[in-house]
Design a protein around this ligand. Structure first.
Ligand code: ATP
Ligand code: MG
Ligand code: FE
Length: 338
């Protein structure tokens, strides 16, 4: 079965072709970061308009890359939510129009299910069940994943997402938008011991997290150290990164202990962070669990994870034909086939 996947929930247009036998055949991406950076954040109307411009050329590139024709496609998966309503509607419209023209089914995919299953595109892929730490720009959640569509929320951030904390702190330090990767790069040259930042909710007995206080602590430090020189900037980045990584690792370890599971999956954009990966690799070695990541280029938004999640849903015959998008959509509310 050949599945076309279309992602357009925010500021990346992603298209991919996933074959249930041969695996990922092609994936193409256009990021709107340069367009939005001028405004310091995503402008929803500009995002929708740009998705319109990109989605069909990217689809053509994917077909060419895979050596396939439109007629070879068996189903079309698209991100139906959560995300920006106008941006989601572009992917939904194109998917439904193509599917109607080809006489094929559409599959409405939950964006976070795409992120959650993206480590399955790596080799080796994790087997079910596993704990997933979903760390993206809009979400930070710990889930017990028992199978496709069987997601149990164990804990989540009570305020900012981890990616959001990276981006907001980066902005305070003067690193542009989105600052997560830039902050991480600068942190590599900094001294993490010069400043100590708080680790909110680190010792609470539950699996919830909080990152807005960390951002406020960065703001206080920036004000106190102003004007920032390059070394101080790097030292603040290093202190921030160390604090956030420690919280994410400790809470994930707690989730593994609580459930007795031995496999941990890291998904979402912050999963690209080098120090986070190093800390998890280290913990895995010491504590005897296995950690899985998506391929680096599939950590942030992409069409491959949507095509893959769609293909899993197709296997379970969970096919939806609705045109509706869901800008707000709870992952734990998804159903499985059994
Ligand atoms: P969501 O999936 O929750 O709707 P999103 O799609 O915007 O949000 P992703 O595309 O998964 O989120 O990830 C983007 C986030 O990842 C941004 O906040 C970005 O700063 C962060 N990010 C990307 N690379 C890194 C990195 N190397 N270190 C830290 N953060 C990173
Ligand atoms: Mg993005
Ligand atoms: Fe995302």
């Amino acid at each position: 079965m050949l599945v076309l996947g279309i992602e357009s929930s925010c500021d990346e247009t992603g298209v991919a072709l996933y074959d249930t036998e041969a695996g990922l055949l092609a994936h193409q991406l256009h990021t709107q970061i340069a367009m939005h950076s001028e405004y310091g954040g995503v402008v929803p109307e500009l995002a929708s308009r740009d998705h319109i411009r990109r989605v069909l050329p990217l689809t053509e590139s994917c077909l060419a890359q895979a050596g396939k024709q439109l007629a070879d496609i068996d189903a079309i998966a698209y991100t139906a939510g959560p995300g920006l309503a106008g941006a989601l509607l572009v992917g939904a419209s194109v998917a439904n129009a193509l599917a109607f023209a080809l006489g094929k089914p559409t599959i409405a995919v939950h964006h976070l299910e795409g992120h959650l299953l993206s480590p399955c595109l790596a080799d080796p892929a994790p087997e079910f069940p596993f704990i997933a730490l979903l760390v993206s720009g809009g979400h930070t959640q710990l889930m017990a994943v028992h199978g496709v569509g069987r997601y149990e929320l164990l804990g989540e951030t009570v305020d900012d997402a981890a990616g959001e904390a990276f981006d907001k702190s980066a902005k305070l330090i003067g690193l542009g938008y989105p600052g997560g990767p830039a902050l991480s790069k600068l942190a590599d040259t900094g001294d993490a011991t010069r400043f100590t930042l708080p680790r909110p909710m680190l010792h609470t007995p539950n699996l919830d997290m909080s990152f807005s206080g960390l951002k406020t602590a960065v703001l206080n430090l920036v004000t106190q150290q102003s004007p920032l020189d390059d070394i101080t900037r790097a030292d603040i980045c290093a202190a921030f990164q160390e604090a956030i990584v420690e919280v994410l690792v400790k809470k994930s370890l707690k989730a593994l202990k609580q459930t007795g599971m031995k496999r941990l999956v890291i998904a979402g954009g912050v999963g690209a962070n080098r120090q986070l990966r190093a800390a998890f690799d280290d913990a895995a070695k010491k504590r005897g669990f296995t950690v899985f990541y998506p391929p680096l280029e599939l950590c942030t938004d992409n069409g491959a994870m949507i095509a893959y999640a769609g293909a899993q849903r197709l296997k379970e015959r969970q096919v939806a034909g609705s045109f509706a998008v869901k800008p707000r959509w709870d992952l734990a509310s998804l159903a499985s086939a059994d």
